[in-house]
Design a binder for this molecule. Structure first.
Ligand SMILES: Cc1ncc(COP(=O)(O)O)c(C=O)c1O
Length: 483
């Protein structure tokens, strides 16, 4: 029994869906609240119903999607959205998303998705070229930075573990230690956990006042671990920390990795696209020394969710780690120039992520993307200067890329505990208000406002608007403290 619509009906529904998309981008950008502050039970009430046994008209469903999903969702394409290092998406890639869903390719083997397989290789090359990583490196697209960190650690474990870990497990292996700064992303801890490497063997190295890894402490930790019978195996350098955007000294880390024979990963999930720009590329000097890297196009290449990439210098390292071909995957012509992406990834069935990345590079060109990234950095500097010039805000960290950490200090004279209270309250007020959106973090254990500028639609007047709202809500939080 076919589930298809009659062709002209399908065409009408596509057109109605397109209207929803257009309306979302047309009317919302700056005019409407971007967060509606529903509570879970209100959202549940829209959807909580018994398993639908009978069909509902598609027109009715599209209307439900428009009112109950689009209108209740965070409007993260907006320049007033500063949360969670979100790239804001781009419209050319949305077209790619719509079309690739219609294609419904299963990108496991070359013959099941020919264009998909080749385009994925090409966009990995383009990304490498853009940031200055060797172009003969190879990689795969995955869902996000957390999965990419997991895959990179899996490759490292495979290559550096002295026992045949794939067959024997980790049981007879020496304890492998991995080094990252205390600003490393939590997905690295998760990867250590899931891969059986153990979270406690992820050595968290202190950072300096710029939130960069302290090299002396790192080398000392490696030497001590070796003396104590551990197997120091890997350094993870961070190219754009999640908290402040700091970039570790990548060349020095590469040299230390070589000196001590360690695998070298660079987690550039957020920051690595900056390496392709005139403005901030110096900070990424030495990135080509990494054995493997990761980068999220869904962050600073402005591609809609989800897409990240893992890139390794030697392709065979991915293949050695992930390739496994059972009988039911052997079909098709045996042609050596066909590469099956399943051989380079944990995933077997995979969607066509490459099309939206390809579309982004082709529709805008690398130069425009560079300018958009630089614009974010310049606006971050502008926000930093507004903070520094003001009496009622205070900067909490340097601004090397496009993240700004600061707090509201109001009229001054508050204790550090009171400042935490005011800023915690301010973060709640931001949600209640809905005109702007971001979440906070902790800097040196104290509440920080943290804005992420990774959206090509933003201008200086958006930053002015942000501070106008923050000032208004900050004063409210201050008066609530006094009350
Ligand atoms: C440095 C870094 N690594 C990894 C990740 C995880 O990426 P994802 O959210 O795509 O899983 C992030 C997310 O912000 C990040 O900033």
């Amino acid at each position: 029994m076919s589930l298809d619509f009659e062709p002209s009906h399908f065409k009408t529904l596509i057109s109605q869906s397109a209207d929803i998309v257009n309306e979302w981008y047309g009317s919302h950008l700056r005019e409407k609240p971007i967060y509606n502050n529903y509570n879970p039970s209100e959202i549940q009430a829209f959807f909580d119903e018994p398993l639908p046994e009978n069909a509902t008209e598609a027109e009715e469903l599209l209307e439900t999607i428009r009112t109950n999903i689009f209108e209740t969702s965070n409007f993260n394409p907006s320049p007033n959205y500063y949360g969670y290092i979100t790239g804001g998406g781009n419209q050319a890639a949305i077209l790619a998303e719509i079309l690739r869903n219609a294609l419904n390719q299963n990108n496991l083997k070359w013959h099941s998705a020919p264009a998909n397989s080749e385009i994925e290789k090409i966009v990995i090359k383009w990304i490498s070229k853009f940031i200055g990583y060797p172009e003969d490196a190879a990689g795969v697209l995955v869902s996000g930075g957390s999965v990419a960190n997991f895959l990179n650690l899996a490759v490292m474990r495979k290559i550096k573990c002295p026992v045949d870990m794939a067959n024997e497990g980790m049981y007879s292996a020496p304890i492998m230690t991995v080094y990252v700064s205390e600003q490393g992303h939590s997905s690295i801890d998760k990867g250590m956990d899931m891969l059986g490497l153990g979270k406690k063997y992820l050595r968290k190295i202190p950072v300096d006042q710029h939130f960069k890894i302290n090299l002396d402490s790192l080398e000392k930790a490696i030497i001590e671990d070796r003396e104590n019978g551990f197997l120091p195996s890997c350094i993870v350098g961070i190219a754009g920390t999640t908290n402040t955007g700091s970039v570790d000294p990548l060349r020095e880390l590469g040299e230390l990795a070589q000196k001590h024979n360690l695998w070298y990963i660079i987690d550039g999930a957020y920051g690595l696209p900056g390496a392709g720009t005139q403005l901030v590329r110096d900070q990424f000097d030495g990135l080509e020394m990494a054995d493997s890297i990761l980068l999220n196009p869904h962050k600073w290449f402005f591609v809609p969710f989800e897409v990240a990439c893992v890139i390794v210098k030697k392709k065979e390292h991915l293949r050695d780690t992930f390739s496994m071909v059972p009988d039911y995957l052997r079909g098709g012509k045996d042609q050596s120039d066909r590469e099956d992406l399943m051989d380079y990834n944990l995933q077997l069935t995979k969607d066509f992520k490459a099309l939206k990345v390809w579309m982004t590079f082709k529709a805008y060109g690398a130069e425009k993307l560079r300018l958009a990234i630089e614009n974010d950095c310049q606006l971050a500097t502008y926000a930093k200067e507004l903070v520094e010039e003001s009496d009622d805000f205070e900067l909490l960290a340097p601004v090397p890329l496009s993240i700004v950490c600061f707090r509201y200090v109001g009229n001054g004279g508050y204790s550090i505990e009171q400042l935490d209270q005011i800023n915690d309250q301010l973060l709640e007020l931001i949600e209640n208000d809905g005109r702007i959106f971001f979440a906070g973090t902790k800097i040196d254990n104290h509440t920080s406002l943290r804005i992420n500028l990774t959206n090509h639609r933003r201008t200086a007047s958006d930053i002015d608007f942000l501070f106008k709202v923050l000032r208004e809500l900050g004063q409210k939080a201050e008066s609530e403290l006094k009350a």
